[in-house]
Design a protein around this ligand. Sequence first.
Ligand code: PLP
Length: 403
Amino acid sequence: MTDERGRHFLQIPGPSPVPERVLRAMDRQVIDHRGPSFQRLGAEVLEGCRAVFGTSGPVIVYPSSGTGAWEAAIVNTLSPGDKVLMVETGHFATLWRKMAARWGIEVDFIPGDWRRGADPAVIEARLAEDRSHAVKAVMVVHNETSTGALSPIAQIRKAIDAAGHPALLMVDAISSLGSADYRHDAWGVDVTVSGSQKGLMLPPGLGFNAVSEKALAASKANRTPRSYWDWAEMLGPNANGFFPYTPATNLLWGLKESIAMLMEEGLEAVFARHQRLAAATRAAVRAWGLEVLCLDPKCDSPVLTAVLTPPGHDADAVRKVALEKYNISLGAGLGKVAGKVFRIGHLGECNELMLIGALGGVEMGLSAAGVPHRAGGVAAAMTLLEGARAGNAQPRADERAIA
Ligand code: PLP
């Protein structure tokens, strides 16, 4: 077992490491959540969330995990007996489907092989067949955290429109928000579900619903009993910066800081950094002679990379030995791909050298676990990052300061 000197490398695809700035912002005395200081914080954070989600509409913030925000999306808009269309992109899509089924929702689950994103053409074909408009919502996971595949949300909206279908579009952006390009309004999303512990660089504990006018109207007409998750209950006090019950005050201080960090770097630069780190990770995997789980380059995730171990080699053995010898946590394979893949998270508070350190841990972990591979993955990642940086016309703020 490692003696844990030095920094632990938390390279799972969320929770992601919390930046020092965010830790310091949360390290303070709790305040009265019905007083004027909280009101200012609440108003600022609720406004700031809109920029991150890309919406001019309301963003509702729950003290919950992402799973709670999934349930909020369902109970506000759907009723038992309603039909929805979902896509089997991986483990999280499967869990969301199970939750919907428990609420008595009838789910048409488009099958998938867990190696690519949702196909808009298949969605369009299914909706075109639904002439009575029985399908109330299309529910898709944007970044499938179990596989490392993105689904094309803007194209899925186009597919819904091309079929002339009125279904709501509900998107799980739990592991994409703040890391992968995401635009609630511009992409015509009705409900975006998210969580605090991934691209927002916070500890777990906040769940989000960004809500379109159409979704709000659906929630007003929806008769499903609900209380804690009820959007209307939240939106009343939120209009004045308050919450209907005790909010997660210190996480909101953290959220204020993490939004400031994202805005200072600029969302475009944040997304480009994630793309660079992801490309370098894939270069390392290929140099090792291993396979990336996602088969469609258009769907490669900027958030994480799932790596297949060769048949007969347990991916969990790589994770175990890498943790024990090198103090790095890698993501486990989930559901159907358990034991077959390990996942490298490169999201949130991550830069080139942190990634190179992490890939060094993976390369040494592969050797220690006896997984056949070639050397040189880290070197391939470095070459890619040097090229990306050389071709980067926009130096970052820290480089400008040196120049
Ligand atoms: N959806 C996706 C895409 C996720 O990555 C996760 C968690 O990793 C969840 C849903 C569930 O969120 P939570 O564990 O915060 O409840």
